[in-house]
Design a protein around this ligand. Sequence first.
Ligand code: FAD
Length: 390
Amino acid sequence: MSDSYDLVIVGGGIHGCGIAQAAAAAGYRVCLLEQTALAHGTSSRSSKLVHGGLRYLESGQLRLVWESLHERRLLLAIAPELVRMQPFHIPIYASTRRRPWQIRAGLSLYALLAAGAGGTRFSTLARAQWSDLDGLRTDALQAVFRYHDAQTDDAALTRAVMRSAQSLGAELLMPAQFLRAEISNDGGVVHCLSGGREQSLHAKVLVNAGGPWAAALIDSIRPHPPAPAVELIRGSHILLPGTLAQGIYYLEAPQDGRAVFAMPHGDGTLIGTTEASFRDAPEQVVATAEDRAYLLGVARHYFSRWQAATEIGSFAGLRVLPAGTDRAFGRSRETMLIADRAERPRVISVLGGKLTTYRATAAKVIARIASSLPSRHRRGDTRHLPLHPD
Ligand SMILES: Cc1cc2nc3c(=O)[nH]c(=O)nc-3n(C[C@H](O)[C@H](O)[C@H](O)COP(=O)(O)OP(=O)(O)OC[C@H]3O[C@@H](n4cnc5c(N)ncnc54)[C@H](O)[C@@H]3O)c2cc1C
């Protein structure tokens, strides 16, 4: 192992691994530091959807939806064992706030944005088919829309991307905890704790892909790179017994009208998510009793099968969103890329974003830092590199 790299990346979530893969494919010498295990943070606690995000149309994030649908198409092609299309169902009841015309308009726009990406045709189910829908409540049901989007195993996808990076020469130092970095004119020295001792690595560019820990990492870099105002938002899921044979259900929480998914997951069903501001250390995040009761309430409202059931598991992750006073739901899900300077950056932080768009984000990071790096011989193109499960 060397102590001098083009890039040192902190964080073995989907973003850190994606950037390692893109950097190695571009021929750069890259080392990734992860303190615990790959996908130990948010990248194993997502809703595990590779999707455009139908609900982001409501907040006008058309560019994000378009890019996500484009990435979905690429991932279906390069990772067919990890990313699979699933039917999604949207039931509309007399009391549902979003009316059929709104859903039809949203799905039409979604299909339009997916043009060329395929697979987003939608339909309404005939009344005779409602009884096949995994015990979904049918009283006051007015319509059920069906469309298609993709589901994955987020942690397995993250590991697959890192394996691809390593096959192209990227190095992984794990467990290795980033301690601090000193930035000078032509790069920086990165200090980490690995194998019980402190090590120093030289990097032309330091990439901060610390997810919810990213703000704390910025505090340990001298001089401090810019830090945008962000907020951590806890999103919880519960696991219920028994699976859903017909795919995924896109439900409107009766409590507050938020979108909540019910998704097959192994032998069980995942219900998620919630949105609540979080101010403690990221490693302390758990699904609270309040979150669990809210999600169980949604599941019991729509499915008779869970009237007497309780959850058999739960987990929570943290979204990094631009700070604001409005509801988290409406805030931008675009990835924030914050460099220490416009020309020849030496530090770049990746904040927020989506699992779905990790590859596009990694390509943008490489484009932003290319002026700080020597020219190298390209070894691959992430649009075509196959990804395989463990
Ligand atoms: C509830 C929820 C649901 C979501 N659902 C979806 C979805 O369905 N589809 C979708 O596309 N996106 C979804 N997202 C978004 C997506 O999950 C995240 O954008 C993505 O996982 C973030 O990855 P990351 O690599 O930036 O961060 P993380 O995965 O959190 O990785 C950060 C890593 O940095 C490491 N680290 C931190 N500090 C140090 C240190 N000092 N030294 C070394 N390593 C360190 C951590 O251990 C961690 O592994 C969801 C997010 C949430 C919260």
